[in-house]
Design a protein around this ligand. Sequence first.
Ligand SMILES: Nc1nc2c(c(=O)[nH]1)N[C@H]1C(S)=C(S)[C@@H](COP(=O)(O)OP(=O)(O)OC[C@H]3O[C@@H](n4cnc5c(=O)[nH]c(N)nc54)[C@H](O)[C@@H]3O)O[C@H]1N2
Ligand SMILES: Nc1nc2c(c(=O)[nH]1)N[C@H]1C(S)=C(S)[C@@H](COP(=O)(O)OP(=O)(O)OC[C@H]3O[C@@H](n4cnc5c(=O)[nH]c(N)nc54)[C@H](O)[C@@H]3O)O[C@H]1N2
Ligand code: SF4
Ligand SMILES: [Mo]
Length: 855
Amino acid sequence: MKTPPVAILNPARRSFLKTTAAGAALSAAGGGLLEMALDGKPANAFAYAPHYTDDQLTTVVTSCDHNCGSRHMLVAHKKGDVIVRLSTDDGRYQIGGAFGKDTVAEPQLRACLRGRSYRSRLYSAERILYPMMRVGERGEGKFKRVSWDDALNHIAAKMVELKSKYGPTAILDQAYAGTSYGVLHKSDQIEGLLARFLGMFGCRTNSWSVPSYQGTTASSRWTFGTIQDGNEDDAFAYSKLIIMWGWNPAYTFHGGNTFYYMRLAKQQGCKFVVVDPQYTDSAAAYDAWWIPIRPNTDAAMLAGMAHYIFTNKLQDQEFIDGYVQGMDEGTMPDWAKGQENFKDYILGKYDQTPKTPEWAAQICGVPADDIKKLADLYARTKPAALKASWGPGRNAYGEQYNRMAAALQAMTGNIGILGGSAEGVGKGWHAESVAYPYDEFANVWWGSIKSDRWAHCVLNYPNVKREEVGLWPRDDELDGKIPNIKAIWWHGSDWFNQLTNINKEIEAVKKLELVVCADSTITPSGLWADVLLPIATHFERHDVALPWYKGHYYIHRPKTIEPMGESKTDFQIFTELCYRLEKLDPSLKDLGKRYNPRADPSYWDNPDPVDEAYLDAWWKRVQEHQGVTMSWEEFKQRGVYKFILDQPHVAFREQIEDDEPFETPSGKIEIFSTVLAEITDWTKTQYGYPIPAIPKWIEPFEWMGHASVKEYPFHMVSPHPRWRTHSIFNNIPWLRETYQQEITLNASDARKLGIVTGDIVEVWNARGKVVVPAYVTERCMPGVVVLHEGVWMDRDRQGVDRAGNPDFLTKDEPSPAGAFAYNTILVNLKKTNLEHRPGWDSLATSRAYIFRRDA
Ligand SMILES: Nc1nc2c(c(=O)[nH]1)N[C@H]1C(S)=C(S)[C@@H](COP(=O)(O)OP(=O)(O)OC[C@H]3O[C@@H](n4cnc5c(=O)[nH]c(N)nc54)[C@H](O)[C@@H]3O)O[C@H]1N2
Ligand SMILES: Nc1nc2c(c(=O)[nH]1)N[C@H]1C(S)=C(S)[C@@H](COP(=O)(O)OP(=O)(O)OC[C@H]3O[C@@H](n4cnc5c(=O)[nH]c(N)nc54)[C@H](O)[C@@H]3O)O[C@H]1N2
Ligand code: SF4
Ligand SMILES: [Mo]
């Protein structure tokens, strides 16, 4: 083989690239012919020329992937081993369904714009097709192609060295939900393949807080004893009032068909309200009453509503007396008599400050009359769904907002009834989730910290207090030992681009000794890795897709095409590494067999029979536990299995109708939390800092009422984009045509600053600066700006991000319960001469072509 060229991935070096021979070759190949893809052998189709008729193509039912809010069907139309068209559910693929079926009981699983453009991700120039290793400085973006042998031997040797030199906390697991919603090739912090791999190897620091909703999970666990507090999405069809609190399901779906069922509610006269600093597309779609609110002040507004409900005696006292702990003095447990209860806090008994609508209005900017009107509407309309989403909980003291919302759901008796909602986290019907032998070494770790404190931990080690990093307590000698992190592994994660305060992460990553990024495409995180491992996508491996929180179905994912280039699955890589590690370290005897018991070393070359065996065994569990009679063979043939429930799944129906206990210590809905009330030394808990036993309004560390608004007058929120799944799909030209990264601001603010739509602005605070075009509108309240998460960072030599990633501005200080403070950001902004760079990925840095041509 010829010496592979050095690929230059660093966007800052783009101009250099253009003038090199490699660059010239690149632009010549720019048309996107797939002919070059398979080691120079001509492929038998063009990926971008869908001129075949259906009868010339093979049809494969499969599903879309990633951590996107839903799970939909994709149908691949193949010519040879190339997908030349992708379509979606049109009813043909449903169990027992006739052609074109689309019913209320079995609505189609129709893909969104991202799913339908997946072919251009699959065959994108950004695919990593071969292992690569860094040759320049870390982050400089210079890599060379290496063999799998070299890549894996390097990683295995480094792992053994780091563990023996620095102990069992040296490797930080930063796996995340890039591909959590499959049963076999699973990435995430708890059930994922990496967790078990590092656990069995004996060296793992865990990242325990979840970016999505740590405040919300804390709230749901304390209040309901579980995170399965969601109705299935069809239950929305029965609501008479739906309050979308910080929820924009037109963008961030929660469930495959939620929007459809809400439309059915609308057709039956349901009223809609949106409480959000932006007038969202969901507000427009449902003609909702928009209540603009100052970000992060939701707990205050909800407290004002509670005050109105209590003082007008509109609460459902019978429900409270029967099912709730600590709502008022009468429902306090005997052992806690005399401690603060919720009603007396709201009435101002303890601090002489009644939480009146007028009090709330001063904080949240919503007129007191509107707070009263909404409280009245919610208390008098039944059933009513207060869907308190995660965005407003993704901030300082986010858990207080979710707990306050749960208190309102409980005081109005909207829990456990069809059309109501107890939702915080909102997991609905539960799927059988894991196919591999998860029980042995599930989620084992030797240190566990709040996920966004890793850089703080690395930069300050060993002078770090346990509460600063949210160290999880243990009952052995490792309790209180700050992890000595020397390596990171990214699996299903672009966390370097997605966690908070990226400039601080950049300082920290320089101190590490090993950084591994396993991914299907080059990513902003990958640029900072030492080793890049090419991963076969869900089209290139066998699995079954799970719904995302809501939806009761499974979608079969056959291996639709052969893995592209030299890519392998994560499971193959971990298995193979285990075989190599057991040779390097005798104490790891039989690691390969223990990690992947159904396989032997030939798994590396032929994973198919083993994957099939795991999935077949998993399906037997589905049959056993979920009453499914269909055979595995028929499921594979059909592609989709839908459960028909005899009534819509409603969380806590049994608790309310049959008096079953809630899973809390008291067996009741705990507005006064037993767990929190029993804590005496907060520094010894994973929270680090005190949390009140009842929900309260606590002033965030940055907000519109804070003194620092003089310097940073805008509150920024950074919600999720419709045209990306976080950072995934950022490089897709089709989606780029629907949207470019931009910052949204109110027209009156823009006028004062002399900004019009399309102007390039710089946005900054003490943590960083980004450059992005402005979008001026009346649909965002004054004083608030909106910048969506997930754009691929593109940092210049001065450290300014020219792509507009809000995580250069976010703070790496979570709330006590662990909620990331993604929506707690004050910034300033002005017009700028700095150039906005819409994305290095779409320019001439296409690695794949370099290697295809050379191979
Ligand atoms: N298209 C798409 N869908 C997705 C995802 C994606 O990346 N793309 N990601 C998925 C994942 S992993 C998650 S965690 C979920 C996230 O789901 P959510 O948390 O529900 O979504 P966000 O977009 O973060 O925020 C929703 C709304 O909250 C508003 N908001 C922000 N701060 C505040 C506040 O302080 N108060 C109030 N009242 N409103 C506020 C925003 O303006 C936004 O309209 O979405 C999932 N769905
Ligand atoms: N400012 C701001 N930042 C945020 C948020 C916010 O609201 N505001 N939201 C946060 C939230 S809720 C979330 S969930 C995070 C998401 O953060 P991430 O999970 O880091 O985001 P993704 O872009 O989904 O990255 C997943 C990566 O997994 C890769 N991947 C997909 N499938 C596979 C596979 O099979 N194997 C391997 N090895 N890799 C695979 C994808 O290519 C992608 O690079 O972002 C957080 N960041
Ligand atoms: S919502 Fe998610 S699963 Fe559905 S098509 Fe879009 S990206 Fe794919
Ligand atoms: Mo998330």
